[in-house]
Design a protein around this ligand. Structure first.
Ligand SMILES: Cc1cc2nc3c(=O)[nH]c(=O)nc-3n(C[C@H](O)[C@H](O)[C@H](O)COP(=O)(O)O)c2cc1C
Length: 341
């Protein structure tokens, strides 16, 4: 007897047992953060987006973005671009960097990307979508997956068409963020639109947009009939939420709110991971962002944020964070795991 809400699915030679995907988030879901998230039950990891033209330049930063941890497989490297030559080159490069899957981004709403008709701007040009997908699928021998929005704007939603094109081109898994590009991050994700994509194809469809805990994950699955869920912003400063969604998907007991000691242990490890991966100078900038998210909703977080934000010394930051997180009592925390919602 299993209480699994979703059975998982096959992706090439892999079986994704727990279809819980950490959303790729540029500047956030780097290796240091993914290492933290993995232990909360993520079944499929995706790197942040790597522009296909950046691959050509061989920058240290690009190499670092593609680095996969030994224990995070199966994992996907996400690439973006609209020129089939550059995108296929990037796909081969991703496989050379250990990607079990290559994910293509056609959902990014950022102006700089869309101006080059990449990211979500590609959704306006279905023949171009097909050309890029076909070229990439042909160029690598690992499964190629696609992440999209539901269309460019309300008047040109084409999520079903794009889903069908993807399947015809050999894409093996589709992730749908239930917003159009015009919506950016405003309004609500349409889980019904994710359902339209799901009904149009037989490849696994991952639903994405506005999951903030177990209940919203279950509701998205109910409405869209999706095969897996992807969680993004709610994980910022709150990787425990993944454990809650994992429990909902697998029938495991709902995890308890972390104690202050457990919370600090995760923050400490995350800070150390950042320093190891990026070096202390870059880690200081990134830690400011992450540690402030970790403190969201906790007692005294506004004061803590005020002085943590202006600190520059790494050791000083570590000590201040330790004092703050360990000064919290059980009652100083929001007992809802979904506090980042
Ligand atoms: C700061 C930030 C960076 C993002 N970077 C990427 C990216 O590199 N690739 C991508 O496919 N989506 C990216 N996204 C979109 C997320 O993967 C996800 O689709 C979106 O946040 C909706 O999911 P959520 O409501 O669970 O956050 C980004 C989102 C945010 C907020």
């Amino acid at each position: 007897m299993t209480n699994k809400l979703l059975p998982g699915f096959k992706l090439g030679n892999h079986h994704i047992d727990v279809p819980l995907v950490l959303a790729p988030m540029a500047g956030i879901t780097d290796l240091p953060f993914r290492k933290i998230c993995k232990r909360f039950g993520v079944g499929l990891m995706v790197t942040e987006m790597i522009a296909s033209r950046a691959v050509d330049m061989g920058r240290v930063r690009t190499e670092r973005m593609a680095e996969l941890g030994a224990d995070e497989h199966p994992a996907s490297i996400q690439i973006a671009g609209s020129d089939p030559v550059f995108v296929t080159e990037a796909a081969r490069w991703a496989v050379g960097h250990g990607a079990d899957f290559v994910d293509i981004n056609m959902g990014c709403p950022v102006k700089k990307i869309c101006k080059q008709t990449a990211g979500s701007a590609m959704l306006k040009d279905e023949p171009l979508v097909a050309r890029v997908l076909e070229a990439v699928v042909k160029s690598v021998d690992v499964p190629v997956t696609l992440k999209i929005r539901t269309g460019w704007d309300d008047s040109s939603k084409n999520v079903e068409n794009i889903a069908r094109i993807a399947e015809e081109c050999g894409i093996q898994m589709l992730t749908v963020h239930g917003r159009t590009r015009a919506q950016m991050f405003h309004g609500h994700a349409s889980w019904e639109d994710i359902g339209l994509a799901k009904a149009a194809v037989s490849i696994p469809v991952i639903g994405n947009g506005d999951i903030v805990g177990a209940d919203s994950a279950k509701e998205m699955i109910r409405i869209s009939n999706c095969d897996g869920v992807m969680v993004g912003r709610a994980v910022q400063g709150n990787p425990w939420i993944l454990g809650e969604v994992y429990a909902a998907l697998t029938g495991a007991p709902r995890p308890a709110t972390p104690t202050p000691e457990e919370r600090w242990a995760v923050v400490f490890e995350h800070m150390n991971n950042l320093a190891d991966h990026h070096g202390i100078q870059c880690a200081s900038k990134l830690a400011r962002k992450h540690v402030l998210w970790y403190s969201k909703g906790l007692r005294g977080s506004a004061d803590f944020r005020g002085h943590f934000q202006v600190m520059t010394g790494w050791q000083q930051m570590l000590e201040a964070a330790e004092i703050y997180f360990l000064s919290l009592g059980e009652d100083d925390q929001n007992n809802e795991l979904s506090h980042a919602a």
